[in-house]
Write a protein that binds this ligand. Structure first.
Ligand code: C5P
Length: 220
C-alpha cells in the first residue's frame, strides 16, 4: 500500500458512468482511505420517497430525511437505511429515474451535505459525486473531474447492467444517463460542474487502471 498523509481529502466529481465510483473505490483500497459514495445517499433518500409515495419537495420527505440514519459498511459496499441493507434497491430503474429530481431539492441537499461533511471529518477520505469538489469539500487537498463521451459512459453502464442480467438496450441506457446529466447540470443548487481547481480527466479512451494510476501519482 502506498503512503498518504493523515487527514487527506480527495474529491472527485463527474457525470454518470464517468468511472468515478470504480476509480474512487480502487484508490481507496490502494491508499487505505475511507470511500464515500455520495450518490448512494441521494439514492437512499429516493428509496424513502418511493416507499412513502412522497414527492421530492414534500415536507414529509424532508422530515424523514432529517430523522433517518444512513450509514455505510464494508467501506461503501453496503448502504444501510435505518439499519436495513438497501444496497440493491438503490440501483433499481425506478430509483435511477427519480433520483435527480430528489437531489435537486435544496433542503434535502443541505441535510445530506452536513452528513457527508461529518463523515469527511472522521479521517482521510476519497469522496465522489456531483458537488464534492465545489460544495461539500471546497478545500479538498486534491480535486478531479472525470468525464467521458456519453456513448462510452452508456456502454460502461450497459456492461454493468448486463452482468446483473438486466435486459436493456444501449439506446435506453444512453437516454437515461443523458436525461439525468441534463438535470444534474442545469439545476439551480449545486449543479454538476468542474471546479476551477479540479484536474479534468477524459476517461473515454482510458482503462480503469490508467485512471487509478494517474490519481495515485498525483496524490502520493
Ligand atoms: O453517482 P450516482 O449516479 O449514484 O448519483 C445518482 C444521482 O444522485 C445523480 O444523478 C445526482 O442526481 C445525485 N447526486 C447529486 N450530488 C452528488 C451525488 C449524486 O446530486 N454529490
Amino acid at each position: 500500500m502506498k503512503k498518504i498523509g493523515s487527514q487527506v481529502t480527495i474529491a472527485i466529481d463527474g457525470p454518470a458512468g464517468s468511472g468515478k465510483s470504480t476509480v474512487a473505490r480502487r484508490v481507496a483500497e490502494e491508499l487505505g482511505l475511507l470511500y464515500l459514495d455520495s450518490g448512494a445517499m441521494y439514492r437512499a433518500v429516493t428509496v424513502l420517497a418511493i416507499r412513502g409515495g412522497l414527492t421530492a419537495d414534500s415536507p414529509e420527505l424532508l422530515e424523514q430525511v432529517k430523522a433517518c440514519h444512513i450509514e455505510f459498511e464494508d467501506n461503501g459496499k453496503t448502504i444501510l437505511l435505518n439499519a436495513k441493507d438497501i444496497s440493491v434497491q438503490i440501483r433499481t430503474p425506478a430509483v435511477n429515474r427519480r433520483v435527480a429530481d430528489v437531489a435537486k431539492v435544496p433542503e434535502i441537499r443541505h441535510e445530506i451535505v452536513k452528513h457527508q461533511q461529518r463523515i469527511g471529518g472522521e479521517g482521510s477520505i476519497i469522496a465522489e459525486g456531483r458537488d464534492l469538489t465545489t460544495i461539500v469539500f471546497p478545500n479538498a487537498d486534491f480535486k478531479f473531474y472525470l468525464d467521458a463521451s456519453v456513448t462510452e459512459r452508456a456502454k460502461r453502464r450497459l456492461a454493468e447492467l448486463q452482468a446483473q442480467n438486466v435486459n436493456i438496450t444501449l439506446a435506453a441506457v444512453e437516454a437515461e444517463i443523458s436525461a439525468r446529466d441534463e438535470k444534474d447540470k442545469t439545476r439551480a443548487h449545486s449543479p454538476l460542474r468542474a471546479a476551477g481547481d479540479a484536474i479534468v480527466v477524459d476517461t473515454t479512451d482510458k482503462t480503469i487502471n490508467e485512471v487509478v494510476d494517474f490519481i495515485i501519482a498525483k496524490v502520493c
